[in-house]
Design a protein. Structure first.
Length: 271
């Protein structure tokens, strides 16, 4: 049984196995006005897109927003902060975006695009490491990273939970639906290539994508990522990881070998 660790401790451990510049983001749904008022983050006074809140958190800022703070109504619907209307439910609004060939395709997509089925008052979005020991943990962890480290985090998840067969992506509503609502509702990891909207407003790098994990599955994902370092990473990445492990007193727990990979293990028939 793995030791229960705080969000800050989990981030510190994960940082030994990955090397990206952005902060891990913790997202918590706030279901009442009281929860919203008590949430530790800067209350937004002007509306912005939810994905911009996430971008801000990757840079170290803690923000919270109620319905009035959401400029993108599609994201507010995905998060369960705004209700879905008939235009949206029917697929007609989607068809108006010209992103679908016909109404049937728009409706088919709408019916399979995940929206939270709760009613939330607002949302707290901040670096995972800023969740203090005396406040509620987030519901979701969002990682904006590169394909290599997305692979590594997914390998860490697979180490404990096995192969994930339910990745859902369309390149649409990437941060709100694909990276928040869907993994929250399914309680599974998800991968998103991001979407044109969030790439426009947040100016993510072409090489960046998102991995999102329900917080309840994040601790073992971190441990799995650490336990597969020696099997997956090359010498250069192990050198960076080794320095971080030594600085945190974890080098003996996770010894790394140069010129070693799972590819070199004898995988012949058992005797």
């Amino acid at each position: 049984m793995e030791k229960e660790r705080s969000p800050r401790e989990l981030v510190s451990r994960l940082e030994c196995a990955v090397d990206w510049p952005r902060k891990c983001v913790g997202v918590r749904f706030l279901f009442t006005k009281k929860e919203f008022e008590e949430a530790r983050g800067v209350e937004l006074t002007r509306p912005i897109n939810y994905c911009m809140m996430v971008k801000s958190a990757t840079l170290g800022h803690a923000v919270k927003g109620d319905a009035s703070a959401h400029r993108c109504i599609a994201a507010a619907r995905a998060l369960g902060i705004a209700e879905m209307d008939e235009m949206h439910h029917s697929g007609r609004r989607g068809l108006r975006t010209q992103l679908y060939h016909d109404l049937g395709t728009a409706k088919y997509t709408r019916d399979r695009q995940t929206l939270c089925d709760h009613k939330a008052y607002g949302v707290l979005v901040k670096p995972l490491e800023q969740y203090a020991d005396d406040e509620p943990v987030p519901h979701m962890v969002l990682l904006i990273t590169t394909p290599y480290y997305a692979m590594r985090v997914i390998q860490g998840y697979t180490y404990y939970y096995g192969i994930e067969t339910n990745f859902k992506m369309s390149g649409l509503q990437a941060v709100c639906s694909e990276s928040t609502a869907y993994p929250y509702m399914s309680n599974h990891i998800n991968l998103s290539t991001l979407c044109g909207g969030t790439r426009l407003y947040c100016q993510w790098g072409d090489e960046e994508l998102a991995v999102s994990i329900p917080y309840g599955r994040f601790p073992l994902t971190v441990e799995g990522t650490l336990r597969t370092m020696d099997l997956q990473d090359n010498n250069a990445k192990k050198a960076v990881a080794r320095e971080k492990l030594q600085a945190r007193g974890m080098a003996e727990e996770f010894p790394l070998q140069d010129d070693f990979s799972y590819c070199y293990l004898p995988l012949g028939e058992e005797e």
